[in-house]
Write a protein that binds this ligand. Sequence first.
Ligand SMILES: [Zn+2]
Length: 112
Amino acid sequence: MRRKRHRPIFVRNCDYCGTQLQTNEPGSDSYVITNEHKIFCRIHIPGQEPIKDCLEDYSRSKKNVRNEKLRQEKANEEKKEISKKEKEKIIKKFDDYLFELKQKQRRLRASK
Ligand SMILES: [Zn+2]
């Protein structure tokens, strides 16, 4: 008697929330695989708003991350701008100091 072969079960975790998804479940539409081979849960009843759409949540969170990064970069840019001004101020002070020092030396020399 031939042994009945077990149908292998492929399980993957949702790339967003980590829920286990059986990827060879026949006719299952409770997940979606992107062209980046990422898998996300998607529970959707036709004609209704998706109950769960991790792809949507994932891309939204990714966008937020990108915005956050942009904001951070802009903040860094501003910080750099400030420190540049700060540096110029210090250099200017130093120049003034050198100028005064020279004046003092000249005065000292003149008084000798
Ligand atoms: Zn999920």
